[in-house]
Design a protein around this ligand. Structure first.
Ligand code: TXA
Ligand code: MG
Length: 316
């Protein structure tokens, strides 16, 4: 059930249950990082392969040393600037971090979420929470309690309601190889913002067969409906005359007939606003029994890069 009762949720977590948790990025499926049976439930429910590690969520940067060691100076700088917030750091793990969390890797992903309810819950617990996005593996991430209920209403007892997520895209993931920063996943903080703090960063090869972050796998973050990218929406519509089509637009596309459903992500052309609306719009389109969703790529700057990354991965 969808609830706002923090005490009930806290008790459930202490008892080894899993719950859905609002964060500023997307909703997560949360479990005590030290309870193997709870972590197992998360992997099972998401149908997530065990080789795909989880992100550890902590209440403040002061307890980072309990999770990670040999923390590079640039990681500390980023944490100082962006935590609480949508930045995940991949760092050398402390010995007590279970292998189930890290999928046997020597590194651990960690972040301090910036959502008042998530922070209040984390502060009230004496263990951190593992929280992958609350969706079946590979599908669209949820940005509201209702989206989580559509996926898992029968399977989870508590979906903690924190309203619509105000970033609406997953966290940006940064790791370090030989102390050099590497972008593992585009996310809700743009590369430009990261580079302002620590200088140029390398982007991990996207098409690698064995990516460091499986969120970099192609075919991920995908709606059920087929999605096609075309810079010329009118042409794409003309090429598919017999299909029931929905259009995903950045600004309103005035050339499209009103009988075609159009989801406009930002009337004013603001990429931050568009990011916040992206998944909610794709969820709505996915509920419409369409044959096809058509979109163009977004401007390749700032959060436009993250939106384009997700669109590329959503193409079947
Ligand atoms: O915004 C977010 O990060 C959300 C909210 C709930 O916090 N969580 C999220 O978790 O997106 P998930 O599990 O859906 O994606 C986590 C990504 C995966 O692509 C995983 O492979 C990567 O983080 N990851 C986790 N641990 C890693 C590690 N040690 N090294 C490299 N990548 C790692
Ligand atoms: Mg995910």
């Amino acid at each position: 059930m969808i609830t706002s009762d923090l005490n009930q949720v806290k008790t459930a977590l202490i008892n080894g249950d899993i719950i859905a948790l609002p964060t500023e990025t997307v909703y997560g499926l949360a479990a005590n990082i030290y309870l193997d049976s709870a972590l197992e439930k998360v992997f099972k429910l998401k149908k997530r392969p065990s080789y795909n590690p989880l992100i550890v969520h902590i209440s403040n940067a002061g307890i980072l040393e309990q999770i990670a060691k040999n923390i590079p100076a640039k990681a500390r700088e980023l944490a100082n600037v962006f935590w609480p917030g949508p930045l995940t750091l991949v760092l050398e793990k402390q010995d007590q971090i279970p292998n189930r969390i890290t999928a046997g890797k020597s590194t651990v992903a960690v972040r301090v979420p910036n959502h008042p309810i998530a922070l209040q819950l984390l502060k009230s617990l004496n263990f951190p929470l593992a929280a992958p996005s609350a969706n079946p593996f590979g599908s669209l991430s949820p940005t509201s309690a209702e989206h989580v209920a559509l996926y898992f209403k029968e399977e989870i007892n508590f979906i903690l309601d924190g309203g619509p997520c105000f970033c609406g895209l997953e966290s940006t993931i940064i790791g370090f190889e030989n102390d050099k920063p590497i972008l593992y996943r585009h996310g809700a903080i743009s590369i430009e913002e990261i580079e302002k703090i620590i200088g140029p960063i390398k982007i991990k090869n996207k098409n690698s067969k064995n990516p460091s972050a499986p969120g970099m796998l192609t075919r991920h973050y995908a709606p059920k409906t087929q999605i096609q990218i075309n810079d010329d929406i009118s042409l794409a519509l003309a090429q598919n005359p017999d299909k029931k089509i929905g259009v995903l637009s950045f600004r309103k596309n005035k050339k499209i007939k009103t009988e075609i459903h159009q989801e406009v992500l930002s009337i004013s052309g603001d990429l931050n606003e568009a990011s916040k609306n992206l998944y909610a719009a794709l969820h709505r389109l996915d509920q419409m029994n369409l044959d096809l969703i058509i979109s163009s790529f977004f401007p390749e700057k700032g959060l436009g890069k993250t939106i384009n990354d997700r669109l590329k991965r959503a193409i079947k």
